[in-house]
Design a protein around this ligand. Sequence first.
Ligand code: GLA
Length: 421
Amino acid sequence: MTDRIASSPDYHHAATPEQGVAEAEALFAGVFGGRPDGVWSAPGRVNVIGEHVDYNGGLCLPIALPHRAYVAVRVRSDRRIRLVSPQTRDAVDELDLDAIGPKGSAGEVHGWAAYPAGVAWALEQAGLGRLPGFDAALWSCVPLGSGLSSSAALECSMAVALDDLAGLSLAGTAEQPDERGRGVLVDACRRAENDVAGANTGGLDQSASLRCRTGHALELDCRDMSTAQIPFDLPADGLELLVINTRAPHQLVDGQYAERRATCEEAARLLGVGLLVEVADRDLEETLAILPADVMRRRVRHVVTEIRRTRDFVAILREGALEGGRLDRAAALLDASHDSLRDDYQVTVPELDVAVGTARELGAHGARMTGGGFGGSAIALVDRSESTRIAAGIAAAFADRGFNAPQFIPTVPGGPAGRDA
Ligand code: GLA
């Protein structure tokens, strides 16, 4: 067996804004020549609690990561779009704003370009006027495919860039955000993902990237996408949120996500409601008794209990500092969330369960998977002084089982999408 102490954890630190801007500008200059009109960025996210409830009208509680996608953009005089990332610098994606369309249509956009190009399409579809063409170089330090919303970060950086360059004036600034206008940008980014990229996700990720604030968790009510800022000053309480990117290979992600969503919609129909949130305050056993199949009952039980857990977690944060009994109650909710996602919603994989189980054994104040699941990342609420020891223990547990080496992100809540240069 591997010596647990000997395993040194691998950290994935965020680029500073200066580094992010320099990388995007250098890529832009190398591929398109000259300087961009500006550089904008948007963060990835972790959801503290409230998983697989956004598309059921529930409550989520994300924070923004310090890891961001940076986009350097220059307006063109025609309607062409040219897009490049470090991975595609030898094969620039070229599109025409008049020819972009939803997935499955003649205008379908293939590959990663669907996210940024989809945002331009969705802004026009929303009746916000005709956009100019543009050249854009995208550079991101949000780990890809890790459940930390690297695609939403791309979309939202593009959205704030186009908002500025086309004079839409929807976003306000990162310091003084225009909440209503950002809601419009969230809708456009979500349409880009749903309609153009073809992933039927629920709006949590885009809301987090555009609407989170430094030092706060975002209480997001997905019935109407209204938000409240909840102070979440972990360092003040001697705490840290340790993000564990399991680097587990994703399997069947799209199909499984869509299947969960379809089951929830069918259950809502059978229960005579538009969204499952509408049964969250009913007697759970009576609700489940109406449903015909065990799998459907489990899915609904997760959604209803997760909505209740998220409400309780927010109430704890509103009471005051995370310490003593409050910290214990918060930890129990995080743990119960994971167990429900594992047993009832069935979206975890062995890597997520081992990360969470090991974090708990080593003294975390609660741990759970975060994001869509089927791979991706987990979070553990830990004493700052214990973070390195717990990360080393998880790395050793992964090595023992022959899993990919995980990557760790010690994080505090960062700021929303905005202009950097
Ligand atoms: C993914 C989706 C979100 C949300 C989460 C689960 O991240 O993009 O909309 O459904 O899964 O909470």
